[in-house]
Design a protein around this ligand. Structure first.
Ligand SMILES: [Zn+2]
Ligand SMILES: [Zn+2]
Length: 230
């Protein structure tokens, strides 16, 4: 029995580029037979500075609107909805998927984008977070030094970008990094093309991170394997 999770999903409530509401996303993933999804909305400096709210806690409440709506719908439909972020640091254009967080953590640790990838990795050790670089070989982006990563998104399903997934897979294998697969779902055609198979159900972002530490190379769902019915 395998439990399919998508590691990289956006909501239109929170991500400017998202085209599908959280509740609709959950409905689509439940229909597609997934056990769970991780909501990884974009977390970056310009987003938070654009919000009219003054207090950080209020800004995070706005940021979490997509996750909270997805979670509520997930409860109704039996889909596990976990919290992650797709984090971009102030000084770079690469993106990092972060797992092992809670809403309270995001309130208590403001402006994570002020870190660099190096300082964030050290910070992540003290908070038991998992740091996974998203699509590191997209044009204009570059992989971080492997010493500052737990893992790599070796399959990114977004069809509107050339992510050179084969290079990401080579990189992860060479440096023994955790390998994940995500749809990077923003719109209908993206839904359910990626994901990983777990051998048990997990119900929180921390459990998800712990699972990946124990199982660094989970079986991946990609469009290729999806075509043969895996
Ligand atoms: Zn996006
Ligand atoms: Zn994304």
């Amino acid at each position: 029995m395998a439990y399919l999770y998508d590691c990289h999903v956006h909501t239109s409530e929170t991500s400017w580029c998202g085209m599908i509401s959280a509740a609709e996303m959950v409905r689509l993933y439940a229909q597609a037979g997934y056990t769970g999804i991780v909501i990884t909305d974009h977390y970056f400096q310009q987003y938070f500075e654009s919000l009219p709210q003054k207090l950080w806690e209020e800004k995070i409440a706005v940021f979490l609107e997509g996750y909270r709506a997805a979670y509520a719908e997930g409860q109704a439909r039996g889909l596990e909805v976990l919290l992650g972020v797709e984090l971009r640091f102030h000084n770079r254009i690469e993106d990092y998927l972060v797992y092992g967080i809670t809403p309270e953590f995001l309130v208590d640790h403001p402006r994570l984008y002020e870190h660099t990838v190096e300082s964030f990795f050290e910070f992540s050790r003290n908070h038991n977070l998992l740091v996974v670089q998203a699509h590191p070989f997209r044009p204009g982006q570059a992989p971080a030094r492997p010493a500052y990563l737990d893992g790599v998104e070796v399959y990114n399903g977004n069809p509107r970008h050339n992510s050179s997934n084969h290079l990401a897979l080579d990189f992860a294998r060479r440096y023994n990094l955790i390998q994940i697969s995500g749809s990077d779902a923003h719109q209908l055609t993206d839904v359910g093309v990626g994901g990983i198979y777990l051998d048990r159900r997990v119900s929180s972002s921390q459990e998800f991170a712990a699972y990946l530490r124990e199982n660094p190379v989970p079986t991946r769902k990609t469009t290729e394997t999806a075509a043969v019915g895996m």
